[in-house]
Ligand binder design. Structure first.
Ligand code: BES
Ligand code: MN
Ligand code: ZN
Length: 496
């Protein structure tokens, strides 16, 4: 994918396979639509109301208009002008990108980012356009015998005023890196669990290290993990025939600032059967995406390397399977974490926190400025927030605000939930320092409270992406979230 800016003032002269122009309801044309309408002797006004009502998420294609150089004008419905916002803009870019992809259009120009939106910059809108194109271009075919032959959108330009070209290009550059990261993440999470094993994730990380000079990758195997005394992580891994891996992927740019590193930690369960607390059979296939957090760490690290951000950024992944077997954890088992805290395992299906707590202890050695962990941690988070927002939990208000800001910029929603002491009390165990489940209620919060016990030494945020990393139903597949918010957060932390 190649993204560029286009600032020709006369829109009718732009030669392209497809040019998008926005139209609001009640026949209100965007400036771009007005220009094309005038150049084509009213071709747009002629179709309004009867053929095209300009409802949000609709489009109409007008081909070979007289006086217009573009092969197609794609009218994009923007809905009511009063309700038009950053999300509506992102949705409009998605409509255009999906249309281009489905029509095998390989080169296109969008004018949608030129429409002003409150509390949002042209860079934000250019970024959203690039994210939409990247998203539309992804088509899974890794394990299909018939490969996907649809063409991808190769060249995409965003039209903006000449004075805004630099800002627009910055947004596009960031958007491309995010899109590349998102698609990298989606593929890993879509791959079946007999292909994408912990060992496969380690190989994928190594390949990234070969592709980007700034990335150094280290893989720890079972013996090394044992030497680190990660008793909690290893207790989950021991129920499976697949060996566990611990991945460290470091971005060290030649021109690094001297600030402390930022660290991402991912839950990498390449399959979560629940262990002895076995999950029900229905939809168990979807538990292959229980490594979505890990995949998002790799996707974000890919974006960071592509942008060559000027700061040390470290990704850490703890990866294994959670399986029932004669060697698996049993309810009632007590294990000792790397931090020395003992944990009573009351439910072997609450394994994500068991894996993450040791990774969160491991990263203390980096003296991080901030740590964000990403995990498909709880079904309860799907109940609370659905597929709209990732759950956000933090021990540091400033960090939480920074994550929310990045979330708004990238339309990758997060919603903060509390982790106050009253909830901590629910994790009390009679036989260990802490229980691995809390009761009653508040399942995502008690899970976050568990992690919080291991993150007292640094500013920390946790994103529960159980509901947002995956689409169920007809569009079953990985979303690549929360790569956009993660990468934007990292970009913002590196901006001079
Ligand atoms: N990986 C699951 C959480 C999950 C559920 C992710 C559905 C995506 C979709 C996690 O390991 C888990 O099993 N959590 C349990 C915790 C419970 C036993 C306290 C859950 O949410 O049911
Ligand atoms: Mn589980
Ligand atoms: Zn899990």
């Amino acid at each position: 994918m190649e993204f560029s800016t286009q600032s020709t003032t006369d829109l009718a002269k732009i030669q392209t396979q497809a040019l998008s122009v926005g139209v609001f309801k009640n026949q209100e044309l965007s400036d771009a639509a007005q220009q094309i309408d005038q150049a084509s002797n009213g071709a747009i006004r002629a179709v309004l109301e009867a053929e095209f009502k300009a409802d949000a998420k609709t489009h109409l294609v007008l081909r070979h208009l007289d006086g217009v150089a573009a092969q197609r004008i794609v009218l994009i419905g923007l809905g009511e002008k009063a309700k038009y916002n950053a999300k509506a803009h992102a949705a409009a870019e998605s409509v255009f990108a999906s249309y281009c992809k489905s029509a095998s259009i390989t080169e296109a120009v969008s004018t949608l980012a030129s429409i002003d939106v409150a509390q949002n910059t042209v860079a934000d809108r250019a970024r959203a356009a690039a994210q939409a194109v990247g998203y539309a271009n992804y088509a899974y075919d890794a394990t299909l015998s018939k490969k996907n032959e649809d063409k991808s959108i190769e060249k995409f330009a965003v039209w903006s005023a000449p004075t805004l070209t630099a800002e627009t290009q910055t947004g596009l550059t960031h958007g491309k890196a995010i899109a590349d990261g998102v698609n990298f993440t989606r593929l890993l999470a879509d791959l079946p669990p007999n292909v994408c094993t912990p060992t496969y994730l380690a190989q994928a990380a190594k390949k990234l290290g070969e592709e980007f000079d700034s990335l150094k990758v280290e893989i720890l195997e079972r013996k090394q993990i044992e030497a680190l005394k990660m008793g909690s992580f290893l207790s989950v891994a021991k129920g499976s025939e697949e060996p566990p891996v611990f991945i460290i992927i470091k971005h060290s740019p030649a021109q690094a600032s001297d600030e402390a590193p930022l660290v991402l930690v991912g839950k990498g369960l390449t399959f979560d059967a629940g262990g002895i607390s076995l999950k029900p059979a229905a939809n168990m296939d979807e538990m292959k995406y229980d490594m979505g957090g890990a995949a998002s760490v790799l996707g974000a690290m890919r974006a960071v390397a592509e942008l060559n951000l000027n700061r040390e950024i470290i990704g850490v992944i703890a990866s294994c399977e959670n399986m029932p077997s004669g060697k698996a954890n049993k309810p009632g088992d007590v294990v000792t974490s790397m931090a020395g805290k003992t944990i009573e395992i009351l439910n072997t299906d609450a394994e994500g926190r068991l894996v993450l707590c040791d990774a969160l202890t491991y990263v203390e050695r980096f003296n991080p400025a901030a740590v964000i962990n990403i995990a498909t941690l709880t079904g309860a988070c799907i109940v609370a927030l659905g597929d709209i927002n990732s759950g956000l939990f933090s021990n540091n208000d400033a960090l939480a605000e920074q994550v929310k800001e990045a979330s708004q910029q990238t339309n990758d929603g997060v919603w903060q939930l509390p982790i106050t002491d009253e909830y901590q009390a629910k994790l009390k165990s009679n036989f260990a320092d802490i229980a691995n489940i809390g009761s009653p209620g508040a399942g995502s919060i008690t899970a976050a409270c568990f992690l919080a016990r291991f993150t007292e030494k640094y500013p920390w945020a946790h994103l529960d992406v159980a509901g947002t990393a995956w689409n169920s139903g007809a569009n079953k597949g990985a979303t690549g979230r929360p790569v956009p918010v993660l990468v934007q957060y990292l970009i913002n932390q590196c901006a001079e």
